[in-house]
Design a binder for this molecule. Structure first.
Ligand code: PAF
Length: 273
């Protein structure tokens, strides 16, 4: 596995390649969820590139940038063992200058759900993903469905900016008790880890109601909120695949999303039906 730390060097390394490139962008602290993205990329491409870059522009003031988990050596080992060809590990100074051009998230879809409580978050995500795509020029790029809004906005960016990368959504990896894998799970105390299970439980209940033909979204959301109590709920929403609110679940075109705070840790989860 080759480790490259500057955009210039990575561009030069990949530019004459005629092979398909599968790209997995990450912020490090890799877990099974990332490994499933890498495995899929490995199966579907000739070259696999992973980036590890803790992108400062997607963190708001007071968020967990400083204490975001860092596991550089373990991450390198995981990449090596998962068959990654190139690991891109840039420094912030090589990705950003003082005075930057940046992308803006769309005014509506970028400022609801997670974007409502983190107003400039998706500007930072889209800007860094655009930079990374321009450096790697991937054939396919892999994103987890757990970050459904991020996935939706990146797909929108690719479409609206006429970019040619193919975005591949990958199912959420879960712990054996159902908790969605996340780099932030390590912040949870034992007690919080138990309380966090209310999140997948609420989604499971929604799925159960829908299988019983209860399709009214208000009824489902009310029940989910009951199950999530007493967690601090940021949102529980039922949307279609274009991320528009719907009053009735349409199987095959629905995403149910939850964000709740467990202790000090914000956790996201969703199901796609
Ligand atoms: O999902 C993440 O880890 C990040 O938001 C991403 C896509 C790597 C951009 O920094």
């Amino acid at each position: 596995m080759k480790i490259i730390s500057t955009p210039k060097e990575l561009k030069e390394y990949l530019q004459n390649s005629q092979q398909s490139i599968g790209f997995v962008p990450t912020m490090g602290a890799l877990h099974e969820g990332h490994i499933s993205l890498i495995k899929k990329a490995r199966k579907e491409n000739e070259i696999v590139v992973v980036s590890i870059f803790l992108n400062p522009t997607q963190f708001l003031k007071g968020e967990d940038l400083e204490k975001y988990p860092k596991k550089d050596e373990a991450d390198k080992q995981i990449c090596k063992l998962s068959g990654v060809d190139v690991l891109f590990f840039p420094h912030a100074k090589d990705m950003y200058t003082e005075d930057e051009v940046g992308l803006l998230a769309p005014k509506i879809r970028g400022f609801v759900l997670e974007g409502a409580s983190r107003p400039s978050h998706f500007n930072g995500v889209l800007t860094v993903v655009m930079k990374l795509f321009n450096i790697v020029n991937p054939t396919n790029a892999y994103f987890g469905k757990k970050d459904a809004q991020q996935l939706n906005l990146i797909s929108l960016m690719v479409k609206q900016m006429f970019m040619s990368v193919n975005i591949v959504p990958v199912d959420t990896a879960r712990e054996s008790d159902g908790l969605a894998m996340s780099s932030r799970n390590i912040y949870l105390s034992q007690q919080e880890r138990k309380e966090a299970l209310k999140i997948p439980a609420s989604l499971y209940q929604a799925g159960k109601m829908i299988s019983q033909k209860i399709l009214d979204t208000n009824t489902i959301i009310t029940k989910m909120r009951e199950i999530l109590t007493p967690l601090e709920i940021s949102y529980v929403e039922i949307l279609n695949r274009d991320f528009e609110l719907v009053r009735h679940v349409e199987i095959g075109n629905t995403v149910i999303l939850v964000e709740a705070k467990v202790g000090e840790t914000r956790l996201l989860d969703n199901i796609w039906l």
